[in-house]
Ligand binder design. Structure first.
Ligand SMILES: Cc1cc2nc3c(=O)[nH]c(=O)nc-3n(C[C@H](O)[C@H](O)[C@H](O)COP(=O)(O)O)c2cc1C
Length: 176
């Protein structure tokens, strides 16, 4: 069965990023995938240290990515880029973990601008040789559109559900 893992790069208990990723993950499950959420606010992942790898849950998280066929990567927009929490996770996983892995990108913004964040994710996922899908989701004014019950804006919800489906489609191709 195709396995899709979402990785949420917010430490907020009421994270809109995690809530939006749940919508994409549900769509991936409806498309037939086995799914799992990784909330980086709820794991033990110390700041990456090149002399001290593995650390905390790092080996289990790396294995989770290695065994996944697709990853839904989500982050809040922080200072026009992605969060330090996501960057820290990114530093643990390299091309071995992302080999033949489809990746879908999602960013939530407090304001109206998420383009830089998605570009920074795209270029750094290219660096680890992930197969980043062209479709991506940016959510402006996220706190007024997303909560734990889902996404209230229909267009944003449809885009987010499509992200989940597209990642499953590409993950299945990479398994062939
Ligand atoms: C340190 C920090 C920096 C932020 N920088 C930006 C920013 O540059 N642009 C923006 O639109 N929102 C910015 N925000 C707002 C967050 O992107 C927004 O609240 C996001 O939805 C939070 O996601 P979360 O609920 O998953 O934590 C920032 C928030 C924090 C805490």
């Amino acid at each position: 069965m195709t396995r899709i893992v979402a990785v949420s790069g917010s430490r907020s208990a009421d994270s809109t990023t995690r809530a939006a990723l749940e919508v994409a993950l549900d769509a991936a499950a409806d498309a037939g995938a086995e799914t799992e959420m990784t909330d980086l606010g709820a794991v033990d992942l110390p700041l990456y240290h090149p002399d001290e790898d593995p650390q905390g849950d790092s080996e289990a998280l790396k294995r989770r990515v290695r065994e996944a066929d697709g990853v839904l990567a989500g982050t809040p927009v922080y200072r026009g880029s992605y969060s330090s929490t996501f960057k820290n996770f990114h530093d643990f996983c390299g091309s071995t973990e992302y080999e033949n892995t489809a990746v879908g990108l999602l960013a939530t913004a407090g304001g109206g601008s998420y383009g830089g964040t998605l570009e920074h994710l795209r270029s750094t996922f290219r660096n680890v040789h992930a197969w980043t899908v062209p479709h991506e989701v940016g959510i402006r004014g996220a706190s007024s559109v997303v909560d734990e019950t889902g996404i209230s804006d229909e267009d944003v919800r449809e885009r987010t559900e499509r992200l989940g489906r597209v990642v499953v489609e590409h993950a299945e191709r990479l398994r062939e």
